[in-house]
Write a protein that binds this ligand. Structure first.
Ligand code: PEP
Ligand code: MN
Length: 304
C-alpha cells in the first residue's frame, strides 16, 4: 500500500528499538519522556530544568537553539551559544539531549553536542536535509509535517533510512485543521495506524498539538494509552516568560506531576517509565566547551 520498503513492518512483531544513549532507548517496553523548554534561553534556565526533570524522571532533555519561527523578527534561537549550554547540561546531569537541526550546514555542529537530532514539522519535506541526516550517525526525531499525510510522513522517514540511518523515531505533533480552538489537532488515529504499518517507534508531542498548557496532560495520557512509545513535552521554570510557545509550556512542577500520572496509564498498556536516568551514560567527547558562563545569558531575548 505505502511504498516505504524500509519503514514498513515485515511481520506483525517487527519493532525497532532506537538507542538514544547507552541507557535510554525508544521503542521497547520502557517509554521515553523528553521534557524541556521550546528554546534554550540561558544556562540558568537549562540548569534548573535539568535538575528538576532528572528527578521526575524524564529520560532526555529538549531545547531548541535553531528555532523555525513564523516571523523573521521573532527570536531565532541562541545558535551555537545555546548548543554549548546543552552540551554542558548534558555532561553535568548525564542526561541525553534532543535539539532541532534546520539545515544541512548545521548537522555537524549539532551532532557534536546532541544525542538526537530533531527535524521540525516545517522541514519534514526538506529532502536534502533528510538525505544528509541519513549520514549523520545520530538518531533522528522526525516530526510530522503540519499538513502531511501518514504516507508522506512515512516516506520522509524512508528518505533517512534509505540514505543509511536506521535510527529514526517518528513524532506526531498535531495537524492543521479548520478549528483554531486548539493550535492543531492531535491525530492519535495516525499514531495507532503508524504502529500497525511501521516498525519505527513513534512518540507524541501534545504541546504543539494543543497549544494550551491545560490540555497537555490529558492528551499525553491518551497518547500513551493508544500505544505511543513516548512523549516530548515543553516545560519551563517560568512558563509565562518563555521566549517562544509560552502559552503551551508547563511549569516544571506540573511536568513532574504529569510524569507521575502516566505510570498507571503506562502499566495498563504493558509499558513502564524508567526510574533511572543517565546511569552508566558516558557523555561522548564534545567539541564545544563553555569557558565563561557569563557569555551564556542572551542580552536581549525578545519574548513572545
Ligand atoms: C519545537 O519542537 O519547538 C517545534 C518548533 O516543533 P514543530 O516543528 O512540531 O512545530
Ligand atoms: Mn515550541
Amino acid at each position: 500500500m505505502i511504498d516505504a520498503k524500509l519503514a514498513s513492518k515485515s511481520h506483525p512483531d517487527h519493532q525497532t528499538i532506537v538507542n538514544i544513549s547507552s541507557q535510554i532507548s525508544c521503542g521497547g517496553k520502557e517509554l521515553v519522556i523528553i521534557g524541556g523548554p521550546c528554546a534554550v534561553e540561558s544556562w540558568e534556565q537549562m540548569e534548573t530544568v535539568a535538575q528538576k526533570l532528572s528527578a521526575a524522571p524524564v529520560q532526555a532533555l529538549r531545547g531548541g537553539v535553531f528555532k523555525p519561527r513564523t516571523s523573521p523578527y521573532a527570536f531565532q534561537g541562541m545558535g551555537e551559544e545555546g548548543l554549548k549550554i546543552l552540551a554542558q547540561v548534558r555532561s553535568r546531569y548525564r542526561i541525553p539531549v534532543v535539539t532541532e537541526v534546520m539545515s544541512v550546514s548545521q548537522i555537524e555542529m549539532v551532532a557534536a553536542c546532541a544525542d538526537m537530532l530533531q527535524v521540525g514539522s516545517r522541514n519534514m519535506h526538506n529532502f536534502d536535509l533528510l538525505k544528509a541526516l541519513g549520514k549523520a550517525g545520530k538518531p533522528v526525531l522526525l516530526k510530522r509535517g503540519l499538513a502531511a499525510t501518514v504516507e508522506e510522513f512515512l516516506m520522509a522517514a524512508e528518505y533517512i533510512l534509505s540514505h543509511g540511518n536506521p535510527h529514526v523515531v517518528l513524532c506526531e505533533r498535531g495537524i492543521r485543521s479548520f478549528d483554531r480552538y486548539t493550535r492543531n489537532v492531535l491525530d492519535l488515529g495516525a499514531v495507532a495506524a503508524v504502529k500497525q504499518i511501521t516498525h519505527l517507534p513513534i512518540i507524541v508531542d501534545p504541546s504543539h498539538a494543543l497549544g494550551k498548557r491545560e490540555l497537555v496532560a490529558p492528551l499525553a495520557r491518551a497518547a500513551i494509552a493508544c500505544g505511543a512509545d513516548g512523549l516530548i513535552i515543553e516545560c519551563h521554570p517560568e512558563p509565562e516568560k518563555s521566549v517562544s510557545d509560552a502559552r503551551q509550556a508547563l511549569s516544571l512542577e506540573d511536568m513532574v506531576d504529569l510524569v507521575r500520572s502516566l505510570k498507571p496509564v503506562a502499566a495498563s498498556v504493558g509499558r513502564s517509565i524508567s526510574e533511572q536516568i543517565g546511569v552508566g551514560f558516558k557523555p561522548t567527547p564534545i567539541c564545544l566547551t563553555v569557558e565563561n558562563n557569563s557569555l551564556l545569558t542572551p542580552a536581549s531575548v525578545q519574548r513572545r
